[in-house]
Design a protein around this ligand. Structure first.
Ligand SMILES: *Cc1c(COP(=O)(O)O)cnc(C)c1O
Length: 458
């Protein structure tokens, strides 16, 4: 690969490249940060700076960078069979092997998977498969899917409709028909005077109220992320998910646990639903499934749903050219092998989660921090103008954006969701690297506080 100067790369970038989730004009004025290499939890940019990747890329690089075993798996498969499809009654060994492996690590109700190229496609697949399921059951009126405001389920038309990001809806005439939203279990912002436990129940019971409003015979499914990721690492109160499960059971609707972030060990359990004790019927998966080394996703389908689709017969008119791509499947198989062989999930649960929680919690003493929270290797902190209130800065997002830039300047990637700072480091991070992550975020918080004082933000 040619090594152009940073300035030259930035010039070509803004001349030709429309980035995802980016203000093009703003980026052209500023110039992209160009990442040229990475090793373990460390990124290297085009100026040679080493930055601790506190976000695992986009929540996906669970095994860290530079894993030769994953590269070898892709290389071997590409020489042997770089591509073939699974349409028209064909298959190939990597997809078959991965399907079987996935049923070993997912909860016992899952015996089948539908492969996709991404998490968004997994959610699109879910919408079509759920509606087909109810048609086959003789209840075609059940086509409404209930989701949550500020949830994230991807960027395709169906994914963004399931998501509850209002700015996304406004740009595309979304949501599509048959998708409705209830409020999120975000105690810090919306909990009012209720205790977290009381608030968790109230937020869950909005599902029952919504089902009654729509008509129980019209509701097909409920979807939620066990912990909302892109929405700001929103960890629901412990009362929330059991009540959601109870309501889904009561009305006989399908429960979809979007495990694209929480799956494959992020919370310290293999899947987020296992941590919160739900029994989903469908699980969209992606991201950690291949540690991000190649794009792949899938929809895990519980037996009671899959058996209806299989027994009733008839073609499911749905699929992607790259559903079950051989090289991506081979990488995912290798990724699952490493997760199991190195006991990565157990190590997150038994060692790293507690260590990270204690270190992260120490940031709660900072004058700018209104709350810290963590689960597994997911962390968030709320930036506030005055403690101990749960009031946000008037110009929401500005302080968070400043803090994010100062994090990068201090050599750590943390993402700002409005004024919530979030991290999700690789699951292979060491305790010493967790110390380093927290030290760097703390330094950025001090510098953010100095800037807040100078600019009289309140
Ligand atoms: C990232 C994400 C998706 C979308 O996955 P893509 O691979 O980006 O399409 C869906 N659901 C959740 C919870 C996600 O975090």
């Amino acid at each position: 690969m040619s090594r152009l100067s940073t300035a030259e790369l930035q010039r070509l970038d803004s001349a030709h490249y429309l980035h995802p989730f980016t203000d093009f004009k703003q980026l052209a004025a500023k110039g992209a940060r160009v990442i040229t290499g990475a090793e373990g939890v460390w990124l290297i940019d085009s100026d040679g700076n080493r930055i601790l990747d506190g976000m695992s890329g986009l929540w996906c690089v669970a095994l860290g960078y530079g894993r030769k075993e994953l590269a070898d798996a892709a290389y071997r498969q590409m020489l042997e069979l770089p591509y073939y499809n699974s349409f028209f009654q064909c298959a190939h060994p990597p997809a078959i092997e991965l399907a079987q492996r996935l049923t070993e690590v997912t909860p016992p109700q899952f015996k089948h998977v539908f492969f996709t190229g991404s998490g968004s496609e997994a959610n699109d697949t879910m919408v079509r498969l759920v509606r087909r399921y109810w048609q086959l059951r003789g209840e075609p009126a059940r086509n409404v899917i209930v989701s949550r405001w500020n949830g994230y389920h991807g960027s395709t038309v169906a994914g963004a409709s399931l998501g509850g990001m209002k700015p996304m809806h406004e740009q595309g005439g979304l949501p599509i028909p048959g998708i409705v939203h209830i409020n999120q279990p975000y105690w810090f912002e919306e909990g009012g005077d209720l205790s977290p436990a009381e608030f968790g129940l109230r937020a869950a019971r909005e599902l029952a109220a919504k089902i009654e409003e729509i008509g129980p015979h019209r509701v097909a499914a409920f979807i939620g992320e066990p912990v909302q990721g892109a929405g700001g690492v929103i960890i629901p109160p412990e009362t929330y998910w059991p009540e959601i499960q109870r309501i889904c059971d009561h009305y006989g609707i399908l429960l979809v646990s979007d495990e694209v972030i929480c799956g494959f060990g992020r919370t310290g359990s293999w899947f987020g639903c296992e941590h919160f004790g739900t029994r989903p019927d469908l699980m969209p998966i992606a991201k950690g499934m291949s540690s991000g080394y190649l794009p792949i996703g899938g929809l895990m389908v519980a037996d009671r749903v899959a058996q209806v689709l299989i027994d009733k017969g008839g073609e499911f008119f749905h699929g992607f050219t790259y559903s079950g791509h051989p090289a991506a499947c081979a990488v995912s198989v290798a990724c699952l092998d490493i997760l199991r062989r190195e006991k990565v999930v157990e190590r997150v649960r038994d060692e790293l989660a507690g260590y990270f929680a204690a270190k992260w919690r120490s940031l709660a003493d900072h004058p700018l921090v209104g709350e810290t929270r963590s689960l597994g290797l997911l962390g968030a902190l709320e930036l506030v103008p005055a403690k101990p209130s749960r009031r946000f800065f008037a110009n929401r997002g500005e302080v968070g954006g400043a803090c994010r830039d100062l994090c990068v300047a201090n050599g750590v990637i943390s993402r700002a969701v409005r004024d919530t700072m979030i991290v999700a480091p690789p699951l292979v991070i060491t305790p010493a690297e967790i110390d380093e992550l927290v030290v760097r975020v703390a330094r950025a918080l001090d510098q953010t506080a100095a800037r807040v004082a100078k600019q009289h933000w309140a």
